[in-house]
Design a protein around this ligand. Sequence first.
Ligand code: XBP
Ligand code: MG
Length: 236
Amino acid sequence: MMSAIIFDVDGTLAETEEQHRLAFNAAFEQAGLDWRWDEALYRDLLQVTGGKERLLHFIATRAPMPQAEAEALAPKLHAAKTAIYTEAVAAGAIPLRPGIAPFVEAAAAAGLTLAIATTTSLPNITTLLDSAFGARWERLFAVIAAGDMVPRKKPAPDVYQLALEKLGLPAEACVAIEDSRNGVASARGAGLKVIAVRSLYTSGDDLAGATRVLPDCLGLDLALLAELDRAGGPST
Ligand code: XBP
Ligand code: MG
């Protein structure tokens, strides 16, 4: 019996990646760097999850510098970017994707436990949830597994395994909601069924491992969960 829904954040709860991209560029400008990530480059860089890891990948592949320098610079730039990003989110810059709020409310009202499993940094999540649900978000979401809480980011299964551990539930009792190839792979690696909801930056992703792929979040409802539950069997 389905007991919990584990939500990804970026691209799933909200279309956040454009704001992340703008925040990265603002942090580069603040640091006096002439780097600018346009949409096409960012789409490519998103194959690397984690902002710090993404910065190190960009430096190694497009702006080479001594490794020690890169490893000192990336966390500084990432901290500046996170401050810029969370300020924008707190100001209400990012709405939830259409369909997410009613689905969250219906699932909570039906007694399902809600959790988060994301690569993004914790401040980004708490600011987004606070902006979307107000202080009650802490009663709505029982568990948050995020960013640096695990050694290996998506597509590794670590963050979903941590969410399951914190929930005290087996994978079979949960379903993941994801938007990207890396996210689907991470949830599947942890043994979860996955409902994938394509997002702006993952429109071209191969989401083959998902149990169901939706074009948006409007199709998310309890009837779909019940259908997946009835389908039962190994998480396909
Ligand atoms: C998406 C990511 C994150 C964000 C940026 O996370 O890979 O790195 O792009 O956030 P998810 P940070 O889809 O798992 O929510 O800069 O804080 O990493
Ligand atoms: Mg995502």
